[in-house]
Design a protein around this ligand. Structure first.
Ligand code: PMP
Length: 424
């Protein structure tokens, strides 16, 4: 391992970080488990990309089979890409009827911005404090998680940031909090309109890097409608939350009864194979077709399409969405019980297998405890359970495992978490 670390330090950028104080050398994965080079088995509570499980045999077989036959690009007629687009669209509202295929979440959000800017003829973008939408220049510019963080910068003038709508710990709390966050959004819509522009609103219905935070219902529902009423467009970033992870619904925005104009997908879509998409309305897609070709060397290629289709099939065949709902509820209930016993847990939130545990100091007005949160995940790693920390104050322990995660795994996780928390 030292050899890899040494080489990595020398020839990979130092801005690439490693998880945990004692880095892991993982050599194999199976379902919801990872194995290090000594054969030690870890319960994976965090890799949401390997959605249907690590090294799923049906995915490797499908990719291998198609790779042996053909892998080209979308300039040829191909049955797989249209089959996949059709199956994907069946999971989405009717008005979202056109798929652009890409290769990473960042690529999807970058393209979504291009589509929205071309349609609204405006750049003015409303974003949520704490949000992350990708690593390209265009996306770092609209990601407060990055531009407000270490190495950050002043956001461009076209970015309108509103406070993270956390009704328990955010800028506004209490009864009127939700209304106040909405007011902040509507004030920004008004400023954009005043300039003669139209708003573009990008959001995750359940914030990932923002700390596994479900957006308040009325805030998002009303905010979404307000943006659309003002001639603007709503982009739902489902890169972390999509494909049944949240249990009750296949997509995060469905919890809010809204129909965004553009939805961006990624991560779990290919179970680790680089595959992502932007889905939008026919009108927005047509408007983008101004003569300039949309070509993407890899996006929508036959192997990607076969892999994507196989992921959809496995989610349905193995009942993974309902597993996320049932096991997620079970896990959340146990975490809430642990919260009752521990003064270190300030909040437990999320849906399905997308949960967050806030680590804060009950005796000190629930002040965030990022160092303790970090200590907890390192102790959990020593107990062979993988979790991570995120959120505005870096005090939210994130749980977002591969969806085959079961009740026994939940018992193991919470049992060990209790031991770790009470060892402080
Ligand atoms: N949007 C969200 C919500 C994300 O969490 C991420 C990645 N963490 C991205 C976009 C960017 O995706 P990628 O890393 O595949 O470019």
């Amino acid at each position: 391992m030292k050899g890899i670390l040494k080489k990595r330090k020398k020839i990979l950028p130092s801005s690439l970080t490693l998880a945990y104080k004692r880095p892991l050398h993982i050599v194999r994965g199976n379902c919801q488990f990872l194995f290090d080079k000594n054969g030690r088995k870890y319960l994976d509570g965090i890799n949401n990309i390997q959605h249907v499980g690590h090294s799923h045999p049906k995915i490797s077989a499908a990719a291998y089979d198609q790779m042996q036959k053909l892998n080209t690009n979308t300039r040829y007629l191909d049955q797989h890409v249209v089959n996949y687009a059709e199956n994907l669209l069946k999971t989405l509202p009717k008005k979202l009827s056109v798929c652009f295929f890409t290769n990473s979440g960042s690529e999807s959000n970058d393209l979504a911005l291009r589509l929205a800017r071309a349609y609204t003829k405006s750049c003015d973008t409303i974003v949520l404090e704490g949000a992350y939408h990708g690593h390209t220049e265009s996306l770092i510019n609209i990601s407060p998680y990055k531009y407000n963080g270490p190495g950050g910068f002043a956001s461009p003038k076209y970015v309108y940031e509103i406070p993270i709508p956390d009704i328990k710990k955010g800028k506004y709390v209490g009864e009127d909090a939700e209304k106040k966050y909405f007011k902040s959004l509507s004030a920004n819509v008004e400023s954009i309109r005043f300039k003669g522009q139209k708003p573009i609103f990008i959001f995750e219905s359940f914030m990932g890097c923002g700390g596994q935070l479900p957006l308040p219902k009325e805030f998002l529902t009303k905010g979404h409608d307000l943006v659309q009423k003002n001639g603007g467009l709503c982009i739902a970033d489902e890169i972390q939350t999509g494909f049944g992870r949240l249990g009750k619904h296949f997509w995060g925005f469905e919890f809010f009864n809204i129909e965004p104009d553009i939805v961006t997908l990624g991560k779990s879509m290919g179970n680790g194979f680089p595959l992502s998409a932007v889905v939008t309305t026919e009108k927005i897609a047509k408007n983008f077709d101004n003569g300039m070709e949309y070509f993407n060397s890899f996006g929508g290629n036959p192997v990607s399409s076969v892999v994507g289709n196989t992921v959809l099939k496995i989610i349905s065949e193995e009942g993974l969405q309902s597993n996320a709902e049932i096991v997620g509820q079970y896990l959340k209930k146990m975490l809430l019980e642990l919260k009752q016993k521990s003064s270190l847990i300030g909040d437990v939130r999320g849906e399905g297998l997308f949960l967050g545990i806030e680590i804060s100091d009950f005796e000190n007005n629930q002040a965030p405890l990022p160092a303790i949160a970090n200590k907890i995940i390192n102790e959990m790693r020593a107990k062979c359970i993988l979790l991570s920390v995120d959120g505005l104050k870096k005090n939210i322990i994130k749980i977002k495992p591969p969806l085959p995660f079961n009740k026994e795994n939940a018992d193991f996780l919470v049992g060990n978490l209790e031991k770790v928390i009470f060892s402080f």
